[in-house]
Design a protein. Structure first.
Length: 293
């Protein structure tokens, strides 16, 4: 066991007495004995004694202090070595006990190692299974994503179809309105056509009547009614021509009567002079003939 080291005090160095128990007291007493013996044998004389005494005192004081400090240091080092030895022994004992415990625990540890190995194998299998499940989850996510996209497309398509149906419904409504209007117009047109048919029937009857009338006018006594009218008109035209010819002949006759009354030898002209046109001559000859001249 390590020795307990008490703290240093002045009493350890000197007790303050000639026969003190301090280290310095002990050294100084030893030096004093030897110094006195040398002085008695006249080996130290006069002032040499005082010089040697003071030198011995200073050396004793220094060595006493060094001794005390070294004594505690050596004791502390010794105690430290003893403590280290005790610690090493204790550690050795602990290690031996731990070795014994390990020997006792070895089967258990080996079983635990085997269990850990099996756990690791199980974990590896679970990790592999998790990897496969993760792949399946990724595929499921991809499938679900695609299904969502398809559903969105279907929704979009359905919306478009709804818009189309709405538009078609609106178109059907418009077409129904148009059909109703066309039906109404057809009824109106039917009435109009019926009226037109009645009108055409009336016009046809009128045309038939005109045909009968015109047939009557163009048939019968020569030339029918119109033929008679044409004959009358021709006679009237010929009458106008004869009247004009008679008036011309009368004019010539009047001229001849006037000239004959003034000159007996004058003969009535048969033709116009050469400088007149032949058409005029023919006309005059014709009028004279028709007038009986």
């Amino acid at each position: 066991m390590a020795e307990e080291i008490l703290p240093l005090t002045i009493k350890d160095l000197t007790t303050g007495a000639i026969n003190g128990t301090g280290v310095f007291d002990e050294l100084q007493s030893t030096i004093q004995v030897r110094l006195d013996r040398e002085y008695e044998k006249n080996r130290i004389k006069g002032t040499e004694y005082s010089q040697v005494y003071l030198g011995a005192m200073e050396a004793s004081m220094q060595q006493s202090i060094v001794f005390l400090l070294g004594k505690d240091k050596a004791a502390n080092e010794a105690n430290l070595v003893l403590a280290q030895i005790a610690l090493a022994e204790a550690q050795k004992d602990k290690v031996l006990v731990e070795i014994e415990l390990l020997e006792l625990e070895k089967p258990k540890v080996e079983a635990q190692i085997r269990a850990i190995d099996k756990g690791i194998e199980k974990m590896d299998a679970e990790i592999s299974m998790l990897g496969k499940q993760e792949d399946k989850v990724d595929k499921d996510i991809e499938l679900a994503t695609q299904q969502i996209l398809n559903a969105q497309e279907e929704v979009k398509k359905t919306k478009e179809e709804v818009k189309l149906v709405t538009a078609q419904t609106s178109k059907v409504g418009s077409e129904k309105i148009l059909i109703d209007r066309n039906a109404a117009n057809a009824l109106i047109q039917g009435t109009v056509l019926s009226n037109q048919a009645s009108k055409l029937g009336a016009e046809s009857s009128l045309i038939q009547q005109k045909k009968v009338t015109e047939t009557y006018q163009t048939s019968g006594t020569p030339g029918g009614m119109l033929g008679g009218q044409l004959t009358v008109l021709k006679k009237q035209a010929e009458g106008f021509d004869r009247s004009a010819e008679q008036k011309a002949a009368k004019t010539i006759a009047d001229v001849y009567a006037v000239v004959r009354g003034t000159e007996d030898s004058y003969t009535p002209p048969q033709v116009v002079e050469d400088h007149e046109t032949s058409a005029l001559n023919s006309y005059l000859v014709s009028m004279a003939s028709k007038a009986g001249l």
